[in-house]
Design a protein around this ligand. Structure first.
Ligand code: FES
Length: 575
């Protein structure tokens, strides 16, 4: 870490401290907003990047939290400047927030670059907001600290604790099977999300905010605090105070983020039974740091990491229970021998110090290693002629009988085809069928939506079937479950072998051997490839056109090719 800066070394000094005409404008316009020179002169400017919006229920408390961050910034002698940014609201944004993750990353980077920011507080939590904010901050490489939104409280229905996401899928399947009345369905609708905060299962949001903490980009313990808990507000104040300190200390993201800290994040995500989305996001974040993280590292770490968080969808409890049981610090302390505890954190301490003294208060929620839900291998990376660049599966979320399976394919050429035919009584589906969805990847869908938990045909649901082998090039919500092979790369839309699967082809999945195979000859595969025609592009203009020109495949993290790496970008004009 570098020595403490002097006021004239601050980046914002170029806006506020000079004596020329431009800085006259900056000061007079700051005065126009009601601030005297004493409010900001010689102080670090802390940009608070706030992804609040009226249409993001996960961030509904961020208006208030931004005020709490500002309180901390003022207390510590900084000058807070709140900057709204693209909200990426998972429940509402179509076709998928993933289409816009890189746009928020670009916005974050360029906001920090183009305005007089000395450090940033990044306010996110709803799925893609966490990786997007961090990716932008990494590329700008300005001192930054992440403020996780915190999970919402447990859902409630007739005395049952409900989990957003997981239970929606579960009860929807029961409703389709005719086991749930319309009135009960409506009661669930009113009880499943009863406070602000992000999803409270181990979905993508909890996974990624926990990953941010394991990476060292939050205050210790920040990711597990429920959004509605007053300790969350106090953590926000503390985050504001710390932002001022890192501005002076010049602690930048790439000082903290190393190959070891990414190993820590992956190991933590695996111990949590976290979302497969973390694979895509952590690869993208690492590559922004110049760290060549690949799918195989996830598989290697998976083979030695126990899944000890008994949290849905893999386990029984919810994030509120996880917090009361000791939260992420306690979990990391319980697997400390698998972590690089010398890694730095933005709090100014090593990870060792950050988790020191953490205790598990409920051993049924954070399980002892000898009672792990899965001893190892909670995530598997598959290869084979159907996924030459890899695919992923969460074996822990699947019925065991499907982990070594061979069955005939039922192919849907796109989402609309699937929606139109999946419940057709004439569909030749049996419990051994392999449901295949094409054109659902980064370019094909576009945006690689969370369609990967492909629906089970209604007639099989009615027979009591609750899991089948399903394969697609899409992602899956972290709250989903089932024998779903995801992120098949290259995707079908660009001519990956998934494009050549036909009804009745036999497909073999062998998780123990990490193999995903289309059982046709190489000659037949080549013949089908020759006849294949790439579909027309989705977009002729706009952000979509930029996206389709530059998006990378899932195994490369779905970043834009021009945003990867650490090549320097000039700071704007000096005055
Ligand atoms: Fe925002 Fe799930 S909808 S985290």
């Amino acid at each position: 870490m570098t020595a403490r800066k002097r006021p004239e070394d601050l980046r914002s000094h170029r806006w506020y401290g000079a004596t020329d005409m431009r800085s006259f404008g900056h000061r007079s316009r700051t005065a126009q907003m009601g601030y005297a020179r004493a409010d900001y002169a010689g102080k670090p400017v802390i940009a608070i990047i706030n992804t609040w919006s009226d249409i993001n229920p996960c961030h509904a408390h961020f208006r208030q939290r931004a005020e709490e961050v500002k309180r901390g910034v003022w207390q510590a002698g900084g000058f807070p400047v709140e900057m709204p940014a693209l909200t990426l609201s998972e429940p509402f944004q179509k076709p998928t927030t993933m289409l816009y993750r890189n746009l928020l990353a670009m916005e974050t980077e360029e906001l920090l670059r183009s305005y007089p920011a000395d450090a940033a507080v990044l306010m996110g939590g709803c799925d893609k907001t966490t990786p997007a904010l961090l990716m932008g901050a990494i590329s700008m490489n300005l001192p930054a600290i992440f403020l996780p939104a915190g999970p919402m409280l447990r859902g409630d229905w007739r005395g049952q604790h409900l989990g957003s996401g997981s239970d929606v899928w579960k009860f929807w399947a029961e409703k389709r099977a005719g086991n749930l009345t319309e009135a009960a369905w409506e009661e669930i609708e009113n009880g499943i999300a009863r406070s602000h905060g992000h999803c409270m299962t181990m979905g993508t949001a909890s996974t990624m905010t926990s990953a941010a903490e394991a990476l060292g980009m939050t205050l210790a313990g920040a990711a597990s605090i429920p959004a509605a808990d007053s300790r969350h507000a106090r953590m926000a104040v503390e985050t504001g105070r710390r932002a001022v300190a890192i501005a002076w200390e010049d602690v930048k993201p790439r000082d903290i983020l190393t190959a070891e800290s990414f190993d820590n994040a992956i190991t933590t995500v695996l111990a949590l039974g976290g979302s497969t989305n973390a694979v895509v996001h952590l690869i993208a974040m690492a590559r922004r740091c110049g760290i060549p993280l690949s799918l195989d590292r996830f598989d290697a770490l998976s083979q030695r990491t126990p899944l000890v968080a008994n949290v849905r969808p893999a386990g029984k409890y919810l994030m509120e229970d996880f917090y009361y049981a000791g939260g992420l610090r306690a979990l990391m302390a319980s697997i400390r021998d698998l972590l690089h505890v010398d890694a730095h954190t933005v709090g100014g301490r090593s990870l060792r110090d950050a988790i020191d003294g953490a205790e598990v208060f409920d051993a049924d929620v954070i399980l002892p290693r000898d009672r792990a839900l899965v001893a190892s291998g909670s995530l598997a990376v598959l290869h084979g002629n159907l996924a030459p660049d890899g695919a992923v599966i969460k074996p822990a979320a699947a019925e065991a009988r499907l982990l070594a399976h061979r069955g005939p394919a039922i192919v849907f050429t796109d989402y609309n085809d699937m929606a139109a035919r999946i419940d057709d009584p004439a569909l030749p589906a049996t419990p051994d069928s392999v449901i295949v969805l094409q054109n659902a990847g980064p370019l094909g869908a576009p945006g690689m939506p969370e369609w990967g938990q492909l629906p089970i045909p209604k007639k099989l649901l009615e027979q009591g079937v609750r899991d089948m082998l399903r394969i697609s090039d899409s992602r899956m919500s972290g709250t989903s479950y089932g024998a779903c092979v995801l992120h098949v790369a290259p995707e079908s839309y660009v001519g990956g072998p998934l494009a050549f699967v036909r009804d009745g082809d036999l497909i073999t999945l062998d998780v123990a051997e990490r193999r995903l195979q289309l059982d046709i000859t190489d000659t037949e595969l080549a013949r089908r490839r020759e006849r294949w025609q790439r579909p027309a592009p989705h977009y002729a203009r706009g952000f979509g056109a930029l996206y389709q020109q530059h998006i990378r495949q899932a195994n490369d993290g779905c970043d834009f090719d021009f945003l990867e790496g650490t090549a320097p970008t000039p700071d704007p004009e000096i005055h």
